[in-house]
Write a protein that binds this ligand. Sequence first.
Ligand code: C5P
Length: 220
Amino acid sequence: ADIPVLTIDGPSGSGKGTIAQMIARELGWHYLDSGAIYRVLAFASLKHQIPALDENSLVQLAQTLDLQFHLDDDRLNVLLEGEEVSQQIRTEKAGNAASKVAAIPAVRAALLQRQRDFCQQPGLVTDGRDMGTVVFPDAQFKVFLTASAEERALRRYKQLKEKGIESNLSDLITEISERDKRDSERKVAPLLPATDALILDSTELGIAAVYEKVCSYCAI
Ligand code: C5P
């Protein structure tokens, strides 16, 4: 019960994953990337050819999903049924598919305990949309990290470019805005800051500055 938990929620591209991983490494705490669970679930549903509207099968898949995470020095490795899927689940397509399965209440309910099981000594850093509001409402430290849609799309554009992938900035802005809208307006666990969260806008802050602010909030 007195295991320290830091939740970092926010929209896609806010930098929450990067910051959460840096802090988990620094403190030697466990790390839960809750978005990756929804991404893997969506990916697995395609792999097993489950129709998007077949809720019962999706819930069953959520309950039995064979998923493993390994946090390395420079990245999070994600394994589905023992197979590396870290790259495949990071595409915009996978993110959009994740946001669709994530809007189904029974799917979220099926994944609740699995997420809570990550809370182990010496502590947990977790990122997502509802970590501070639904999954870990009693967390000691809660951050809501945001940035303008334009800035988040630009970061994504640069990331893709570094990987040698050309993309269209205005398409990215549209996609990000649509996903934000779906995540914010859904009935179950919408993207919302917890009332007791520190709200940080990273539009004009670099990673180092955000990291420093989160550390000082947690008194690290
Ligand atoms: O954070 P990430 O972009 O990986 O999340 C992918 C999608 O999974 C989000 O767009 C959101 O719909 C869903 N998600 C969620 N609750 C979380 C984390 C992610 O609904 N805690």
